[in-house]
Design a protein around this ligand. Structure first.
Ligand SMILES: Cc1cc2nc3c(=O)[nH]c(=O)nc-3n(C[C@H](O)[C@H](O)[C@H](O)COP(=O)(O)O)c2cc1C
Length: 386
């Protein structure tokens, strides 16, 4: 869809352009769900503010031709050091959104992570794409269901399991409470009126057959008595989660295991001992512990403490190639893009995600040239101002 100036996702110059287009396409309650942080949104704001405070050193006459963004994440070659983060309900922003985003990622040569809380199921995505993708797992109270999900991820040949460890209880997002967001959506008059103003979105979703949490629907014992899957899910997050649960998952999942949501050095050290292959330094995009530090401020301490013992990935507030450069310089091997690719999806489906990845790739390439580096491995702390 084009905006008032005739701009479409394909011509977006930056992620902010895609964000504006996304707001034009998608009804407010879903954009609120995508954009919000928890409580006062202090951590959400800190993620962005602290990234942009980090200054990159401009280097000249350094011979920056012949650059390449190729690198490796978990020993796998990637075309650029990014991964698409697990995002719940992509399929409410665009019809079959998980499939669209996964296809765009695979064509761009980067990994896509399917959320437990996706609209398209693991099996739907596996049947629609050509290469393996990553699967993100929440360990919920119903361990039988979780063991089954792990088996389903194996059967779908997922190439890594991302175990999210920072959602033992759900941080409240005020806008979701006020909007009464639920899945499947409860269609109240005010919601219907707002949806009517987004005809392209309505047409896309109506044509699609998937409108609820694909990994859970019809799979959970007793679900038919429960009013909505959202309510079931909210009761299922498990405050008792511990390192024993990581061991429980490690026993069942022989492939690459990534722990997502680590912010403290001690937790990173425990993760390195847990048998996990990588961690994501992350505060869930400011959606969980409000008042927590920005994830970029946690990264260098963790890199100093465990950077050689376990692979480090990073997310939170990454909206440009410059941000990717900053995180790599502070010790990350790669960055997960969250809202940055989500805006692309809501702006233009698969083509919008492709555009988001290209924007970040091109910004990273230019940043490398102007900072005087030619390879991803050369991006070091010395590339930043003290
Ligand atoms: C709308 C939304 C839904 C999310 N859903 C999940 C999820 O299902 N599982 C998960 O591990 N993380 C989830 N996250 C967190 C992201 O994986 C990632 O950590 C975060 O978006 C990074 O911050 P950024 O959006 O500023 O890039 C979600 C984030 C957003 C914005």
């Amino acid at each position: 869809m084009a905006d008032d100036n005739g701009m479409s996702a394909a011509r977006a110059a930056c992620i902010e352009d895609l964000r504006r287009l996304a707001h034009r396409n998608v009804p407010r309650e879903f954009m609120d769900y995508y954009e919000s942080g928890s409580y006062a949104e202090e951590t959400l704001l800190a993620n962005r503010a602290d990234l942009s405070r980090i200054k990159i050193r401009q280097r000249v006459l350094a011979g920056a031709s012949g650059r390449t963004l190729d690198s490796r994440i978990l020993s796998e070659p990637v075309a650029l050091p990014i991964v698409l983060a697990p995002i719940g309900m992509l399929g409410m922003g665009w019809r079959d959104g998980e499939i669209a985003a996964c296809r765009a990622a695979q064509r761009a040569g980067v990994a896509f992570t399917l959320s437990t809380m996706s609209i398209c199921s693991i099996e739907d995505v596996a049947a629609a794409v050509s290469k393996p993708f990553w699967f993100q797992l929440y360990v919920m109270k119903d361990r039988g269901f979780i063991a089954e999900l792990i088996e389903r991820a194996k059967a779908a040949r997922c190439s890594a399991l991302v175990l999210t460890v920072d959602l033992q209880v759900l941080g409240q997002r005020h806008r979701d409470v006020r909007n009464g967001l639920s899945v499947p959506p409860r269609l109240r008059p005010a919601t219907l009126a707002r949806m009517a103003m987004k005809p392209r979105w309505v047409a896309g979703l109506l044509m699609g057959k998937r409108k609820t949490f694909g990994n859970l629907d019809g799979r959970v014992a007793g679900m038919s008595d429960v009013r909505s899957l959202s309510e079931w899910t909210a009761q299922q997050f498990d405050a008792a989660l511990s390192w024993d649960d990581v061991a429980w998952v490690r026993e069942r999942w022989p492939g690459k295991l990534i722990l997502k949501g680590i912010m403290e050095v001690d937790d990173a050290k425990a993760a390195a001992k847990s048998g996990a292959d990588a961690i994501v330094v992350s505060n869930h995009g400011g959606r969980q512990l409000d008042g927590a530090a920005s994830s970029i401020s946690a990264l260098p301490k963790i890199a100093d403490a465990v950077g050689s013992d376990i692979e480090l990935l990073f997310d939170g507030g990454v909206r440009s190639g410059q941000d990717v450069f900053r995180a790599l310089a502070l010790g990350a091997k790669g960055c997960l893009l969250g809202r940055a690719f989500l805006y692309g999806l809501c702006a233009g489906g698969e083509a919008g995600v492709t555009r988001a990845i290209r924007i970040v790739a091109s910004e990273l390439d230019v940043t490398m040239a102007l900072a005087g580096v030619r390879t991803i491995g050369e991006i070091k702390r010395g590339c930043l101002q003290e």
